[in-house]
Design a protein around this ligand. Structure first.
Ligand SMILES: Nc1ncnc2c1ncn2[C@@H]1O[C@H](COP(=O)(O)OP(=O)(O)OP(=O)(O)O)[C@@H](O)[C@H]1O
Length: 775
């Protein structure tokens, strides 16, 4: 007789019925009594119980106590056989019944004779087969596929399930009539948690089955009695089996159990389908290989790297394990070579080629085989690829960010602190440049925490600078100075302190100290910072440090409306061109534009500002400078009679600033918009705008914009005959800044000139401040 072959497990015929059934607990004993009472009848029985609780053992027990104990016991797992083969399996088929049926086949219904047919996982029986099985039970006859003759079914059906069959009936997944036909008797099997008293005897029973005898100390037994057993008796048995292979000696103590209990795999908590789905969701293309790697890794972990023991756990020869490990070592070597090659190409500035090599390395890691053991290589691949992307596409590149973020996730737990800090710095820069200030502050905070945890001074310095810089754009100028101070970065003198990123940190610190001091009205401090920046003489081998110093200097010179602005910006432009510092070239051109505007050379000013901001800064850095640009360009537009364009620009910049909580130059932007409105003839709008600017500047503690807004407002009030209000507004703003400002600063000079021109203004101011500034 030709029997068609398939990959499904063959049913076991005549499984060892002599296997002892262990269980003295009251609940289990009651069940056994019931088993013995039901067994001699030939009625159908449904065994319900959680997975691994011993349903098959009970089915054997039923068979053993039945009148037909000498007859076959056949078990068929309904979940393990593909639907299209199940019917032939059960009913058998005649020759030629379907394509490929070269011979006839005797089905299990016939094979079982007068014995017990155990249908395990009956809940998985395909819906199409359910009425056919029902008919067998009702008529006690069946017809093999392709046959015209009915045969008598003489056996007994015992079914089992861990599912709630009534729920399956409600959901339409199981036929109600079959359910009632099967559950003539229902035996409910308790889970191991409900019969913990059986645990010691079960441990003894399974220990005795080991090739090497095992003994459990009493604390080990009580630990096992207390453990959770979602996989029930099968889980307990696997644990003892594993101990039998892996324990160093025969005595098992509670301490040794910890590791084994923690490492328990619970495939029984899920069903085979779910388990397979989880495996199919593994990373990489080749899922079979991924699943195999997972098994190998686990076996090695359980056997603590012992290949012979791992091979035993896996049920393969040691050579198989060795071959797989050898292949992995080769792959890892290749990974290291790619990483080294990537590093060399980065050093040589060939970022595109480096990215290609590094990506190759990443694709090697796509499967799960190397992911665990090559974590460090994985981290460096992602980090270096991030460097390539930011070098090629700018700090804000999405690819760079995603590499950095993945690197951080992979790098958790690795001892690569300097590299992790450098990634965080990269992420922070990108967030700052794209005006994601809240996120930038979060990253700076993370850097501070890491720096504090490791106590690394350089990392802490970087972190304080990052935080101070973020705070500057958030408009919290007093906190900028406090943060730089907390980081021990102030009063660094003329020396150079390089940050871990290779930047001249002291030049940057002086810049933000100066800018914040300026906004707070501490003009003399800001001026000192400007002078210290100018003292940082160019050094041939450190052009980038000089570019940083010049950046701070031109920016401050612009704020101070100094005559040196043009010369400094020119110097910065030349330096940046010479060394290819595109972003710094943009800054230089932009400030050149500001200087040209001051001199009234409007067309050239406009060209320089546009080229600097749009041509370079936006392209190579980000939109961080948008408010400085909008403020200065709006002034230029007003000077050339394009007030409406100026208003639009200022309004757009205000929207952006508000959306990103960027407040560094918010007062200046509000003033610029008010000036545009006034130029457009909207006097009321302009007055309102200036009042808002005044309030905003006051709230931010920003002195220059406060005085400027008050001066412009006073000018409007005086022009409309409200001289008293004008004088009060001006005197208030000046008084608030009094004692901190340099008398020579142009903003103050304009304010004082106006106040002096108002009736009683000079006397009023001098009387209130007790000063005599000699208007
Ligand atoms: N009372 C018991 N005495 C001895 N061994 C038992 C007992 N109960 C279960 N076992 C053992 O536990 C393992 C699981 O038992 P069994 O296969 O009968 O569980 P099951 O409930 O049918 O599982 P599943 O739901 O996965 O089909 C088997 O190795 C079995 O020998």
């Amino acid at each position: 007789m030709d029997i068609p072959t398939h990959d499904a497990p063959q049913p076991r015929i005549g499984a060892d019925p002599a296997e002892r059934v262990i269980g003295q607990s009251a609940v289990f004993q009651r069940l056994l009594q019931l088993v013995r009472r039901v067994a001699p009848t030939d009625k159908t029985v449904l065994i319900w119980g959680p997975t691994g609780a011993g349903k098959e053992v009970i089915a054997h027990e039923l068979h053993r106590h039945s009148r037909l104990a000498g007859q076959p016991f056949i078990d068929l797992n309904c979940a393990a056989i593909p639907e299209h083969l199940m019917e032939a399996e059960l009913f058998g088929h005649a020759r030629g019944a379907f394509t490929g049926a070269q011979g006839s086949r005797v089905g299990l219904l016939a094979q079982v004779g007068r014995g017990t047919l155990f249908l395990d996982e009956i809940g998985e029986l395909p819906l199409a087969l359910q009425p056919k099985l029902l008919r067998v039970l009702e008529t006690r006859s069946f017809r093999p596929l392709g046959s015209v003759e009915s045969q008598h079914f003489a056996g007994r059906v015992v079914a089992a399930t861990h599912r709630d069959l009534q729920a399956a009936v409600r959901d339409g997944r199981f036929r109600e009539d079959l359910f009632y036909r099967l559950s003539v008797f229902v035996l409910s099997l308790p889970g191991l948690d409900q019969r913990r008293d059986d645990i010691p005897a079960l441990i003894d029973h399974f220990s005795a089955m080991q090739p090497r005898p095992l003994r459990f100390s009493s604390d080990a037994v009580s630990r096992l009695r207390q453990a959770r057993w979602p996989g029930n008796v099968r889980q307990l048995r696997s644990l003892v089996d594993r101990l039998g292979v892996l324990a160093d000696g025969p005595l098992i103590t509670a301490d040794m159990l910890g590791e084994f209990l923690e490492l328990q795999i619970h495939p029984w908590q899920t069903d085979a389908g779910e388990l397979a789905d989880a495996l199919l969701a593994l990373p990489g293309e080749n899922k079979l290989e991924a699943a195999e790697t997972l098994l190998l890794n686990r076996a090695l972990q359980l056997s603590r790297g012992n290949k012979t023991a791992a091979a035993r756990v896996l049920g393969v020869g040691r050579k198989v394990v060795e071959r797989r490990l050898g292949a992995r070592a080769d792959q890892r070597q290749r990974l290291r070579e790619l990483l080294a090659e990537g590093g060399r190409l980065i050093d040589g500035g060939d970022f595109a080629a480096a990215a290609r090599e590094l990506s190759r390395g990443l694709s090697l890691l796509e499967g799960v085989s190397l992911q665990r053991e090559a974590k460090e290589e994985h981290f460096h691949l992602l980090r270096q690829l991030g460097i390539c992307h930011s070098a090629q596409h700018g700090w804000s590149s999405a690819e760079a960010m995603s590499c950095y973020e993945s690197a951080l996730a992979v790098g958790k737990g690795l001892e690569c602190e300097p590299e992790i800090m450098s990634i965080l710095f990269g992420i922070w820069t990108s967030q700052l440049m794209s005006l994601e200030l809240d996120r930038a502050r979060g990253t700076a905070q993370q850097m501070l925490q890491r720096g504090q945890a490791t106590g690394d001074g350089s990392a802490l310095a970087d972190a304080h600078f990052a935080m101070a810089n973020t705070l500057f754009w958030l408009g919290d100028h007093a906190e900028v100075l406090a943060c730089l101070d907390r980081g021990g970065l102030l009063r660094g003198g003329a020396g150079r302190r390089m940050g871990t990123q290779g930047f001249d940190l002291s030049g940057l610190v002086l810049t933000f100290e100066g800018l914040s001091a300026f906004q707070l009205g501490h003009f003399s401090r800001a001026r000192l910072a400007l002078e210290a920046l100018l003292e940082r003489r160019p050094e041939e081998d450190q052009p980038f440090s000089y570019a940083i110093a010049l950046q701070g200097a031109v920016w401050l010179a612009c704020l101070f409306e100094d005559d040196s602005l043009g010369k400094l910006a020119g110097e910065m432009e030349q330096l940046s061109r010479r060394h290819g510092f595109a972003f710094y070239l943009g800054i230089a051109q932009f400030f050149q534009g500001c200087e040209l505007a001051r001199r009234g050379e409007h067309p050239q000013a406009e060209a320089a500002m546009e080229e600097g901001y749009r041509g370079q800064m936006l392209r190579h850095g980000g939109k961080l400078f948008h408010s400085v640009y909008a403020w200065k360009r709006c002034e230029l537009l007003l000077a050339t009679g394009r007030a409406d364009e100026g208003r639009q620009l200022a309004e757009h910049a205000l929207e952006l600033a508000m959306a990103h909580k960027e407040r560094a130059y918010l007062g200046e932007l509000l003033i610029a918009r008010a000036a545009a409105l006034r130029a457009l003839g909207d006097e009321a709008g302009a007055e309102q705008g200036l009042r808002s600017a005044l309030t905003m500047a006051e709230a931010l503690g920003a002195a220059p914009s406060r005085v400027e807004a008050a001066t412009r407002l006073a000018g409007m009030l005086a022009a409309s005959g409200r001289e008293e209000q004008a004088r009060a507004a001006l005197a208030n703003a000046l008084r608030a800044c009094d004692g901190r400002m340099e008398p020579a600063h142009p903003v103050l000079q304009r304010a004082r000139r106006l106040l002096g021109s108002l009736p009683g203004g000079r006397a009023d101011y001098n009387a209130r401040t007790g000063a005599n500034h000699g208007f």
